[in-house]
Design a protein around this ligand. Sequence first.
Ligand SMILES: [Zn+2]
Length: 80
Amino acid sequence: MTLTAGGRSAQPSPDVPNAPDCQHCGTDQYLIVEEFTPLRLLPDGRRVPANASYSCSRCGSFSGHEVPDSWTPVGWFWYA
Ligand SMILES: [Zn+2]
């Protein structure tokens, strides 16, 4: 699968990344999150967006991209 800049033009607000979702199944119900990196703020004030990679246990597709700041995987807990 190839993602191109033109293929993302349908997003309503390009500044906000999509939450993980299987584009084949149209749901996040079957997703298995492989990696998740929370939003980080660097000492110089720059933001490193949250990022997740995931696969779908239903159709087997795999994807990974930036995710909204507020998104965390199901069952994800902060150890503070
Ligand atoms: Zn799927």
